[in-house]
Design a protein around this ligand. Structure first.
Ligand code: AMP
Length: 490
């Protein structure tokens, strides 16, 4: 049977799961689902490479839920399925998916992550449960305190195992694995199965089946990627403001490289009249959850986030991802832009880069195997000619004149210049200048806001555009407020 013809009905899932899928509006399984579900139902261990956005969560959640259709003979209360995730947001997303798909099978699911109060978690763990979704560190804490009975565990799922490896969770994961019943089924999902992750998979899994999905998402076919070369922070802010007032933006995530900068930029955007919130690892889990709920409900239109949020946010309304700062690792670029263009929608990913960032741009291009075409918007052209970005992976020859290739190429970015022309009421202005302490500045002082207030907040090298937020007075923010949308959220 070809994958295109596969239906959920043909996969032998329990009728109550099919009912939940129908309610979710899913018509056919995605390729990773069509391949993984039969293998898991047949009882095999599985290692699968699939990026976020391919439907991988349902690929493991659906056959896991199918286990619950058969009652367990043991009277114990512990979980039958354990899902380990690298981040709290991803744990929340998997937990939500398990609830959604397990609605009619009455799956009892619990999420246990760091940053939440222990007494509440102790209470949750004392009740009978079927599915436990957890981040490794906090789970291990509870296991070592004897709070979880793993005796009836039948299935272990490692989601985004490559990320767990990157984040240094593997020793914890190994300790957890060693404390689980040896007679279990284990599934490992990872963006890549190369290198160390392959070795780890071979240690944890038993005769696994391997699935590699050449996801359409990997080609980012539904995400338009744009690159803007910027002169400095002030230029970034003007561009950002211009993009955010564009009618095509429904919701946007703006990525910064530091937590502090995320807070400051969020404040400035809010002051400029955008429904904005910050999301980063210094916030309590409760605050992170509340922000995500507001994002989901559309009460937040612009989320300013660090990479902690790059995985696990699944909000269909996000039309734009803006890399205010480029990610440190090329791989994070893929995860960031994957926040848009979800569930078949189109998305736009915009990256700001200084001249010093051009090697990072190239690394990203090498990682994705795709060129990111430089683009300019009329009225927002960089003062300094953009570097030549000829062949993928080719370092620019120093001292060579750019020869006009940049503007010429970007003019070829059809529709974009025209689309954005005259959008900004005031293209020469931007929002929210601050000094290094985060205080608003008098606009009269130093018309080169960035030059006077360059900051390095520790997360990145202090390139021409690293660090803080630039410009503005309360008066300018108020002016922007008046010309744009009402302030509704801080
Ligand atoms: P994931 O890769 O698990 O993060 O899923 C990406 C998005 O695709 C989520 O919003 C899911 O709700 C959605 N999705 C998953 N499977 C299907 C399907 N078979 N049909 C339609 N949408 C799906």
């Amino acid at each position: 049977m070809s994958l295109e013809n596969t239906s959920f009905e043909s996969l032998n899932l329990d009728p109550s799961i099919l009912r939940a899928l129908q309610e979710a509006g899913y018509v056919n399984p995605t390729p990773i689902q069509a391949q993984a579900i039969p293998e898991v139902l047949a009882g095999h261990d599985l290692m699968a490479s699939a990026q976020t956005g391919t439907g991988k969560t349902a690929a493991f959640t659906l056959p896991a839920l199918n286990l619950l259709a058969t009652p367990h003979p043991s009277k114990s209360r512990g979980p039958r399925i354990l899902v380990l995730t690298p981040t709290r947001e991803l744990a929340g997303q998997v937990n939500d998916a398990a609830r959604k798909y397990g609605k009619f099978i009455r799956a009892r699911t619990v999420s246990i992550v760091g940053g939440m109060p222990y007494p509440l978690q102790n209470k949750l763990l004392s009740q009978p449960l079927d599915i436990l979704v957890a981040t490794p560190g906090r789970l291990l804490d509870h296991m070592e305190r004897g709070r979880i009975d793993m005796s009836r565990l039948q299935m272990l799922i490692l989601d985004e195992a490559d990320r767990m490896l990157d984040m240094g969770f593997m020793p914890d994961v190994e300790r957890i694995c060693n404390a689980l019943p040896a007679e279990r089924q284990t599934l490992l999902f990872s963006a890549t199965l190369d290198g160390n992750i392959g070795n780890i998979a071979r240690q944890i899994l038993r005769n696994p089946k391997t699935i590699q999905v050449a996801a359409q998402k990997e080609k980012h076919a539904n995400i338009e990627q744009r690159l803007h070369f910027v002169d400095d922070m002030n230029h970034k802010n003007k561009l950002l403001e211009h993009l955010l007032i564009g009618a095509e933006v429904n919701q946007a995530i703006v990525f910064t490289s530091t937590k502090r900068h995320a807070d400051l930029l969020a404040e400035d955007l809010y002051a400029a009249g955008h429904k904005t919130a910050a999301l980063h690892g210094d916030m309590t889990q409760g605050a992170r959850n509340r922000t995500l709920t507001k994002l989901r409900h559309g009460d937040v239109r612009v989320l300013v986030a660090t990479d902690v949020a790059a995985r696990g946010i699944d909000v269909h309304g996000i039309t734009h991802v803006i890399n205010y700062d480029l990610p440190k690792f090329a791989e994070d670029y893929v995860h960031r832009i994957g926040r848009t263009g979800r569930a078949g929608n189109m998305g736009i990913a915009v990256s700001f880069a200084s001249h010093a960032d051009r090697y990072q741009v190239r690394k990203i291009e090498q990682f994705t195997g795709q060129r990111i075409e430089p683009t300019v918007i009329e009225g927002f052209e960089p003062k300094r000619p953009a570097p030549r970005m000829d062949g993928p992976g080719e370092r620019p020859r120093s001292g060579k004149k750019p020869g006009g290739g940049y503007k010429g190429r970007s003019q070829g970015a059809q529709g974009y210049r025209g689309d954005n022309q005259n959008r900004s009421a005031n293209p020469g202005q931007s929002f929210g200048d601050r000094n290094a302490a985060g205080n608003r500045q008098d606009a009269g002082r130093g018309n080169g806001p960035f030059s006077a207030q360059k900051r390095n907040e520790g997360g990145r090298s202090n390139s021409a555009t690293a660090g803080g937020v630039s410009v503005k007075t309360a008066a300018k923010a108020a002016r922007l407020d008046a010309t744009r949308r009402p302030r509704t959220f801080g």
